[in-house]
Every structure is written in C-alpha cells, then in structure tokens.
Design a binder for this molecule. Sequence first.
Ligand SMILES: Cc1cc2nc3c(=O)[nH]c(=O)nc-3n(C[C@H](O)[C@H](O)[C@H](O)COP(=O)(O)OP(=O)(O)OC[C@H]3O[C@@H](n4cnc5c(N)ncnc54)[C@H](O)[C@@H]3O)c2cc1C
Length: 394
Amino acid sequence: MAKGYDVAVVGLGAVGSAALYALSKLGARAIGIDQFAPPHDRGSSHGDTRITRQAIGEGVEYTPFALRTNAIIEEAEAALGIELLVRCGFVFITRDDLGTAHHGRFGFLAEASRAAMNHGVPHELLDAEELRRQFPQFHGLAGDERAYYEPGGGYLRPEQSIDAMLQLARRPGVDLALNTKLLSLALTPTGVVIKTDRDTYCADQVIMCTGAWLTRLAPPPIARALTVHRQVLHWFSVDDSSCWRPGRSPTYIWVHGLNSAEQFYGFPPLDGAVKIATEQYHVECDPNENMDAPSVEESKMMWHEHAAGRLHGVAPAAVRTATCMYTASPDRRFVIAPDPNDARVLYVSACSGHGFKHAAAVGEAVAHRALGAATGLDLSTFALSPERIERWYA
Ligand SMILES: Cc1cc2nc3c(=O)[nH]c(=O)nc-3n(C[C@H](O)[C@H](O)[C@H](O)COP(=O)(O)OP(=O)(O)OC[C@H]3O[C@@H](n4cnc5c(N)ncnc54)[C@H](O)[C@@H]3O)c2cc1C
C-alpha cells in the first residue's frame, strides 16, 4: 500500500523547496520529490546569484510576492545563521522606457516607480549625469539615460536558499525522496497516486513545481503555454576594482539601445569576477537533453555587444560560463493553474526569467492553498484564464 500524505510537492527547486518548508511549518504530512538532489545545476536555479528588487517593473502586483519572499528568506537566515540576501542595491537603466520591453513589459521603469510609490519602497530616479556620479563603474552612457535605483534591492544566493528551505523543512512527518523521478500521476477518488521510478506514494493534493519539465509533465493547455530557452551566464574578471566600491556596486539591468536585444544584466564582483548575461527567447531547448556548453564565441559576443566600453575595469576573457533554462510563457508572466480535470493537482511555473525573487512567497502561497489555509497573496493574477489564452494566440 502506498504511503499517504496530505500534500506531495514534486520538484524541489526554488519554488518547491519553499512550498515544502511552508507545509512543514503548517504541520502537514508532506513529501518532497525530486529527480535530482537539489540544489543542483540542471534546472533554473543555479549560478551563484539572482537579482532581487522590491518594486517590480514587471507589474506592481508582483511586489507583495517579493516583499514576502524577503521576509521568508530573512527568517531562514536568522534560523540558520547564514546570509542569503545581499542588499547591495539595484539599478534599472533605460533609454526609451516605452519603446523597449524588458520581460515582456513596456514602461518597466514607470511601473517600478509606481510599485515603489504604492508600497513605500525607498528609491531614487536618476538621469545620466547622476548615474555617472553615483556609479562610475558604468561607462559609455549616451546621455539620455534614465534610471530607477533601489538601495534595498540586490541579490539572492539561489543554491544556498534552496538548501536552507530543505534543511528547515525537515521534521517528523515531512519526507524527502531525492534522486526520485516522477513518472505519472493517477487521479483516484481516494487520492492522487504518484508513481516514481523508486516508489509509489499517495497524497490528497499535489503541487507540481517541476520548472522546465512542466513542458513535459503538465497537461495541455498548461504545457503548450510554456517554452524552454537556453541562457548563458558569463563571468569576467575585474582587473581594476577601484570603481566597484563595496556599498556602491549594485546589481543592474541595463537597456542600452532601442532594439530589444540591446540589454543585459549583471552583478557586483564576487571572488574577483563580475557575472553578466543577456536573455534569449528565440531558440528552444529540451530539458531532458544536455545543453550545448557555452562557446568562446558566445562569451566574445557578450563582451563586445554589451560589456565593452560600458563596464569599467573588467577584462575581456571569460573566466567561467554556465548554461541555465528559462521557462517562459507568451506574456512572460507566471502560470499557476490547476489541472483542468482535477483541482487537487496544481501546476506552478514561476519563472519566465524573473521568478527567483518571488519563489519563496509563491511556494508558501501554493502550500497554503493546498491545505485550504488563508494566504495574503493573490495567486489568481497568474491564472490561466480563457481571456489570457485568447490574448496570447490572438
Ligand atoms: C540564467 C537565469 C537567470 C535568472 N535570473 C534571475 C534573476 O536575476 N532574478 C530572478 O528573480 N529570477 C531569475 N531567474 C529565474 C529564476 O531563477 C527561476 O524563476 C527559478 O529558479 C525557477 O524555479 P523553479 O522552482 O520553477 O524551477 P527549478 O529550480 O529548476 O526546479 C525544478 C525542479 O523540478 C525537478 N523535476 C523536474 N522534473 C521532475 C520529475 N519528473 N520528477 C521529480 N522532480 C522533477 C528538477 O529536478 C528541479 O529540481 C533566472 C533564471 C535563469 C535560468
């Protein structure tokens, strides 16, 4: 007879590990299942750092998720005596806020400002001259830049955050099945039967947080809505750190041209190197296949098209690279939707390239939903409504 649980969480990355932690705090009988042993480098949650900000340019409605994530992360930091959130500041630089979209959003700077005003997030709006004065590590400004600066933004440490959530989730009544791959779900009147390559379990509710693999595991129309894209991270060494002063080296997104490809994002130096990256949504990849390793050419292109002449004191040869997967919806917003045939199974895709800063709150909210507990966060904003689907395919 299969072991029974109140809730099973499948996929223990950024969202699933946080969901399991929340279920543990609520005293649920829960199991977390992952095909690997998170944190790992085969999904969407690796590469040392993730930008976080509180006033969310992708939409003011995301801000409560970012604020709640910070609170959960701070709770984990206090419980374990570690640092997961580094508040080094965040700056969004653009030249044409209405003409160039970021994460599918035109007017990103205006929306971030609106979110900051609505939620009382300390921030400054800067022109090119003020940007130059405050952040001399950013070179080559055209002069027509405008920027949103949030001193309380910064970065999260993704691998350590997942590890922390899983450590804190452990208690009697909460089981972990690692290196255990979900094969199928069967919806029966007495529970959802979860067949894996090791064992079979049964749960009243299942939360599917399988990231890029939702494209293989979720029913249509959820799977059809999502595409998976290979992204490359590049680290370049800093040979002159005089401009990258501690306390004045924020994370950043820099839209430097009027074409949507003319943007990149980056982090302050860590261990003598800065990590920078772009995003691409043209080429899809298969999460079940190994991605091509980044080529020297890709790093050269990254350097010449974005870093050269813009980042002070950074050397042109990449010292490290990595690949990672974005799971994107057509509008770049999250998709959180129940199985169309049975609301006991919830599919949670919190990625589209900007999910980490919200992941702990999304995980907590879906855990509360599974137990019928109240949550102060509005998950309906990510529902797969007929109107939303119609907009995508219109
Ligand atoms: C390069 C890159 C940069 C990013 N930068 C930022 C950023 O700066 N700021 C930000 O907020 N967000 C950023 N994001 C987005 C953010 O990292 C993701 O939204 C988030 O990590 C997604 O978490 P997840 O839990 O959905 O997926 P994952 O963390 O990938 O977890 C999915 C888990 O499901 C498991 N799984 C899959 N199939 C099965 C199965 N059959 N059985 C059992 N387990 C299974 C996998 O093993 C995996 O552990 C970035 C993403 C990438 C790739």
